[in-house]
Design a protein around this ligand. Structure first.
Ligand code: KIV
Ligand code: ZN
Length: 512
């Protein structure tokens, strides 16, 4: 509760678990640490850091995050309702100052019958055993009846009651397949509050997927009926159409405080920097007109609107851009700017760089400022992200030395590429490919000798203008596994080669 009696709704961020699970969003350890750092600065209440039993990488990430961030933020790990999952989860989260174990088990008829092949009684038994085991390790235990929105309400009430009896302190209601509508979700939460006798002993949480584009609306409906925790992700990333978007739900409650009479502890000025960080890390850009954090979210085009804005911004703006972290001006640095100015911008953009990292970014910045007169926030973010990524690879086996390329209408491109591995340089020339980008990729493949099949290729302009940095994110398949790589440069071919080498180095690190 706030001093004026409003409810404080807990924000449970699952970007690193449900978000990371979605195609194209996987992150390495260093990237997860960066995102966790940003979530701490955003002041989320709970970070779901991963699913420890899922892979050694997931386990390590949860353990590292639990160990590194020992402030008031709760660090949570996910587990199915079985001993091995829960034990592994506890091994990872036990280092946290405030650990939480989140256990889940599907409850809907369709999951019971086809996936689990269990009777309702068996489900209750398994859920209770799972919660009890988690409680034997940790005071803070969350239970989720997966696919709750499609579960018979009577049965859902029974499972929730038993889970609370067994010691669950939070009961989370997932709309796993994004099936609910706001009125439906309101009825589910109201029924639980009405019919579950011990419901006051636990916090009700809501976890909505966005298959019908209703995740935020459904979560708000749950809050209106008394849910005290919302599960969400930055930029709404997540399985299929994603999860409830953190920035949208937080600003809905902040802007419509007159209606909801509740708030969160989120530092809303960190919303845009956090969104941008996640975009750089995953290569998954938000659409221009995305609410709150999209590039057009505060752009006014129509003359009547612009006129109104000049007279009084509140005529057409329900929140101020600076409240969500858009800086007033984007034009920041040039070739005469010093290290202090760069450090200042990096901080404003949400990055915490070590002295060494800042020095390396500064060197890249000077090269860039020589090429471009005006260096924008997006350019700086791209340089920093590249530095973070390289630092994240334990072993940057391959690096780019130089390339020359010629191409033209009606002929195959010709490329001469030199790469370095260890102290040695390797050079290849080839005339191949359906364009310069393809030629750069093929030459990288030839020198590294790896069998790479490009599965996804995306170029994003970090800023506006023809001289902007291009960020390339690609996915390659090697021996049946997918590896992501990204690279940035004002030259898209160079960015492609860097991205391919980033993926190649990940393959190397994985082998080791
Ligand atoms: O969508 C879902 O059901 C989940 C649970 C594990 C909470 O992500
Ligand atoms: Zn989910």
């Amino acid at each position: 509760m706030t001093t004026n009696g409003d409810r404080i709704i807990k924000i449970f961020d699952t970007t690193l678990r449900d978000g990371e699970q979605s195609p194209g969003c996987s992150m390495n350890l260093q990237e997860k640490m960066e995102v966790a750092q940003a979530l701490i600065a955003l002041n989320v209440d709970i970070i779901e850091a991963g699913f420890p039993i899922a892979s050694p990488g997931d386990f390590e990430a949860v353990r590292e995050i639990a160990t590194a961030f020992r402030g008031p933020t709760t660090i949570c790990g996910l587990a199915r309702c079985n001993d091995a999952d829960i034990d592994r989860c506890w091994e990872a989260v036990k280092h946290a100052a405030q650990p939480r174990i989140h256990v889940f088990l599907a409850t809907s008829a369709i999951h019971r019958e086809f996936k689990l092949k269990m009777t309702p009684d068996e489900i209750i038994h398994r859920a209770v055993a799972g919660v009890r085991r988690a409680v034997s390790y940790c005071d803070d235990v969350e239970f989720s009846p997966e696919d709750a929105a499609r579960t018979e309400l009577d049965f859902l009430c029974q499972v929730v009651e038993k889970a609370i009896d067994a010691g669950a302190t939070t009961v989370n209601i997932p709309d796993t397949v994004g099936y609910a509508t706001p009125a439906h979700m309101a009825r589910v939460i109201a029924t639980l509050r009405d019919r579950v006798p011990n419901i006051d002993k636990a916090t009700i949480s809501i976890h909505c997927h966005n298959d019908l584009g209703l995740a935020v609306a459904n979560s708000l409906a749950a809050v209106e009926q008394g849910a005290g925790q919302i599960e969400c992700t930055v930029n709404g990333i997540g399985e299929r159409a994603g999860n409830c978007s953190l920035e949208e739900i937080v600003m809905a409650m902040r802007v419509r405080h007159d209606y909801f009479h509740c708030d969160t502890r989120i530092n809303t000025q960190r919303l845009v920097p956090t969104s941008r960080l996640l975009t750089s890390v995953t290569g998954m850009a938000v659409q221009r007109n995305k609410a709150i954090v999209g590039r057009n979210a505060f752009a006014h085009e129509a003359g009547i609107h612009q006129d109104g804005m000049l007279k009084e911004p509140r005529t057409y703006e329900i929140m101020r851009p600076e409240d969500v972290g858009f800086s007033k001006t984007d034009l920041v640095l040039g070739k005469h700017s010093g290290r202090a100015a760069l450090a200042d911008r990096a901080k404003a953009l949400g990055y915490q760089l070590t002295g060494e990292q800042l020095q390396r970014v500064f060197e890249e910045f000077k090269l860039l400022a020589d090429k471009k007169k005006e260096v924008y926030d997006g350019d700086i973010a791209a340089l920093i992200q590249q530095e973070i990524q390289q630092a994240g690879e334990d072993d940057n086996e391959w690096s780019l030395v130089s390339f020359e390329l010629s191409s033209g209408t009606g002929r195959k491109p010709h490329v001469r590429l030199t790469l370095r591995r260890g102290g040695e340089e390797f050079c290849e020339e080839l005339t191949d490919g359906d364009g310069p980008i393809d030629a750069g990729f093929l030459a990288t493949k030839k020198i590294t000798g790896l069998d790479l099949v490009c599965k996804d290729f995306r170029v994003r302009s970090a800023t506006v203008g023809h001289d902007a940095i291009g960020e390339v994110t690609l996915e390659v398949e090697h021996k049946g596994q997918i590896y992501r790589g990204s690279g940035a440069s004002t030259d898209t071919v160079e960015a492609t080669i860097k991205a391919a080498l980033n993926a190649v180095n990940r393959i190397g690190a994985n082998k080791k």
